[in-house]
Design a protein around this ligand. Structure first.
Ligand code: 3PY
Ligand code: MG
Length: 255
């Protein structure tokens, strides 16, 4: 049986995820076929609606990668729908309190851990499981990650990390830098942000939780691995297409 994303993350090996905003299932399949271990669909800041996200989850499975989705702020109902359609991990943005972390985590865990509602037939099919097998493994296999990306979340970090139902956290360095500077500077790669990230990773590890982070360069990925982060994004479809188009056009710019 294939190793679950949850097991990989808990074993302490870094897992790199591509990041998809373009709502194009075939691009997500290409990420998977290129060898990315995981692909994340961004339903917070990307163009995905639910139907396209469902097709993208299947396309990622076809390409052989793990399936992750980020929901819009506070949309726990959508988290439930996405795990039903095969997401193995859900990232919830702007989690700022113990209560918000509990509500989110419970929305994707079956009783007695949470209050996820039953109908995971598509998810079971994508994992090659019967619905009984799916039920037996879902609570440990589905990963809930609460985004830490505000001062408020840092202040509440011990409380958030104490949420038993929650599997881990995921840092958003851009929003974090905006919050830390009170709106003065977007500085996801700055020193102050990096120090805050290191502290978040340390606390997550001490609490026995998975730590993930959004990265904007290969250097940042390396720093994140050293800090103890294990789910790490690198590579965005919009950037690949934009940079690839510029590079191709540059070759024939004289015309
Ligand atoms: C952030 O950096 O704030 C993110 O949410 C990454 O997408
Ligand atoms: Mg953010």
């Amino acid at each position: 049986e294939a190793t679950s994303l949850a097991e990989k993350l808990r074993s302490g090996n870094p897992v790199i995820t591509a990041w998809s905003v373009l709502a194009a299932p075939m691009l997500t399949e290409m990420f998977a076929r290129a060898g990315y271990p995981a692909v994340t669909l961004d339903l917070q800041h990307g163009m995905y609606d639910f139907g396209v996200a469902c097709d993208a989850l299947a396309a990622i499975a076809l390409g052989g990668a793990h399936r992750i989705a980020r929901i819009p702020v506070g949309d726990n109902a959508l988290a439930g729908r996405l795990v039903d359609m095969g997401a193995e991990c859900v990232i919830a943005p702007m989690i700022n309190s113990h209560a918000e972390a509990v509500d989110f985590a419970r929305s994707i865990k079956y009783p007695p851990v949470g209050d996820r509602s039953w109908s995971p037939y598509r998810a079971a099919a994508l994992s090659g499981q019967s619905s009984d097998e799916y039920l037996q493994t879902a609570n440990s296999n589905i990963v809930s990650l609460a985004m830490i990306e505000t001062l408020e979340a840092i202040d509440a970090l011990d409380d958030i990390l104490s949420v038993e139902e929650l599997d881990g956290i995921f840092v958003g360095p851009s929003d974090l830098s905006l919050s830390l500077s009170k709106g003065a500077a977007l500085d996801p790669n700055g020193d102050e942000t990096a120090d805050a990230c290191a502290e978040i990773a340390r606390k997550a590890r001490d609490a026995g939780k998975i730590a993930g982070i959004f990265c904007l360069s290969a250097e940042k990925v390396e720093e994140a691995v050293d800090q103890g982060f294990r789910l790490i994004s690198h590579g965005i479809d919009r950037t690949f297409v934009g940079e690839g188009a510029s590079a191709a056009l540059d070759e024939v710019r004289k015309y």
